[in-house]
Design a binder for this molecule. Structure first.
Ligand code: AHR
Length: 495
């Protein structure tokens, strides 16, 4: 039996733009994300562009990746960028102390990353080392990548073969400073942040410099409160937040062969992003009512137990329709909070956590999460159409979450898009999309769905889950009526 959900969509004056940066990604030196993922080296048999897999570059271009965060994560506060420039054979090694204890040769460094961003047309977001670095090391990095003139670091960059600066706007001042970044108290970090931010010059980078404070762990509202209270506004543009979806931290459950209980718990955590953002924003509103400082969710996604036989420190996991649910529902939440949420980074792009791409030697597959990201790219930089949603529930063993999640936008050409997710793994839900006074001439739609919620693409069957056209809807006087199948994502285009 189908229940009924109504989504009312209304144009509103001064509605926020959905920043394209909400659709950002994150690539850490972790497992096979960089080495053996993105980066195979120039001598590899796998077709590559300066050592980076060409198939990955092409696939990510299709996603219109707006920004990419690097080199961590926890790795960031161990990373010394000067070890990753100059002749590759002369570079010192680094042991990845957080992830798998592997020794890296630093062959993928600042030039490699920033050239990759140029190839993707993505803005780089560099996470700097505060935990074990120095102010000088940090400010030298900014000078190295941004200074167009005579300076020690600009000269060094030129010696290393890059004449013009790349122009890096987004900078993270440390990562998870409450944990792997140094186990700091918020008061201590706020002071340290003030010190570091004081010396951060944009070196006349056209777009200036955008400083992001390492943010709260999930529902640590006190962390946000202290940062907002203690950091002067002229020193900060964004404050971060990290939250992952899993069954339980100590046993995150299998990535593919999960049961309904594990599925439901993961959905509860994913949908809790709504509460997290609402409450962190309420704290921010108290200190910054004019909304000058942005909320940056620079790590989010599903986190499960690693695939059998893989290094536990490499965080390699399959990606199923459950991940498509997390992606679709979370991006809807970000869109609907686009007044304050200006950037987000899904963890992590290739072979790690909720990846959009998985590789196995020369093979590459696109995950259900990839397809959701691609379907949703239509929202990038479009104007939010606020919605009023009364959703039916998805119930499991006496608990419930809203079954339907939605968001909508209208782009510069006047084309509207509505994205709908039904997280209920057991039944379809009837939906009425009510467009009020908006004109409805023509609607088309795409769907991502599969026979089982545990379904995923594999190297043997890479196109098991792909986006398909969806025509099973009806126009009725200013409304659209449809039934969203269990665990599926639908995106409408309305002209
Ligand atoms: O994304 C994996 C890890 O999760 C990151 O290194 C860290 O920032 C977070 O705890």
């Amino acid at each position: 039996t189908c229940a009924q959900t109504t989504v009312t969509i209304q144009e509103k004056e001064n509605a926020p733009i959905i920043s394209k940066h909400i659709y950002g990604h994150f690539a850490e030196h972790l497992g096979r994300c960089i080495y053996g993922g993105f980066y195979v080296g120039e001598d590899s048999n796998i077709p590559n562009t300066n050592g980076v897999r060409t198939d990955i570059i092409e696939a990510l271009k299709e996603l219109k990746v707006p920004n990419l965060r690097w080199p961590g994560g926890c790795f960031a506060d161990t990373y010394h960028w000067k070890d990753g420039i100059g002749a590759k054979e002369d570079r010192p090694t680094i042991v990845n102390q957080w992830w798998g204890g592997v020794t890296e040769d630093n062959s993928f460094g600042t030039h490699d990353f920033l050239n990759l961003c140029e190839a993707l047309g993505a803005e780089p977001y560099l996470a700097a080392n505060i935990g074990s670095g120095t102010v000088k090391e940090f400010t030298d990095w900014i000078q190295y990548v941004n200074h167009d003139g005579e300076s020690p670091m600009a000269n060094l960059r030129k010696e290393n073969g890059r004449d013009k600066p790349w122009g890096v706007t987004y900078w993270g001042v440390g990562n998870e400073m409450w944990g792997c970044g140094g186990n700091m108290t918020p008061e201590y970090y706020a002071n340290l942040y003030r010190q570091y931010a004081t010396f951060m010059s944009s070196w006349n980078n056209d777009k200036g410099i955008y400083r992001i404070a390492s943010g709260a762990n999930v529902d640590d509202y006190h962390w946000t409160e202290v940062l907002m209270r203690d950091i002067p506004k002229h020193l900060i543009e964004g404050v971060a937040l990290h939250s992952y979806s899993f069954v339980e931290w100590n046993d995150k459950g299998p990535a593919a062969n999960f049961n309904e209980k594990q599925y439901f718990k993961t959905m509860e955590r994913a949908l809790n992003m709504e509460t997290l953002i609402t409450k962190h924003v309420a704290v921010m509103d108290k200190y910054d009512p004019d909304k000058k400082i942005d909320l940056i969710v620079d790590e989010w996604g599903g986190w499960y137990n690693v695939e059998e036989g893989t290094n536990p420190g490499f965080l390699y996991q399959q990606n199923t329709m459950r991940d498509a649910m997390i992606a679709g529902a979370t991006l809807n939440i970000f869109n609907n909070h686009s007044e304050r949420v200006k950037m987000a980074n899904l963890a992590q792009t290739v072979n790690v956590l909720q990846a959009v791409i998985l590789t196995d030697d020369e093979k590459m597959i696109l995950t259900p999460t990839y397809h959701v990201m691609k379907m949703y790219a239509v929202h990038q930089d479009a104007t939010l159409l606020p919605i009023d949603l009364k959703s039916d529930k998805y119930e499991f063993e006496g608990n419930s979450v809203p079954a339907i999640s939605a968001s909508a936008s209208i782009n510069k050409e006047g084309v509207a898009h509505v994205s709908l997710v039904n997280v209920d793994m057991n039944k379809a839900h009837k939906i009425t999309l009510d467009f009020q006074k908006m004109k409805l001439n023509k609607a088309t739609a795409n769907i991502l769905t599969s026979a089982k919620v545990q379904d995923h693409n594999s190297f043997e069957n890479p196109n098991k889950i792909v986006v398909k056209e969806y025509e099973d809807f009806k126009f009725k006087k200013g409304t659209l009526e449809l039934e969203v199948p269990a665990f599926s994502v639908i995106v409408f285009e309305i002209k």
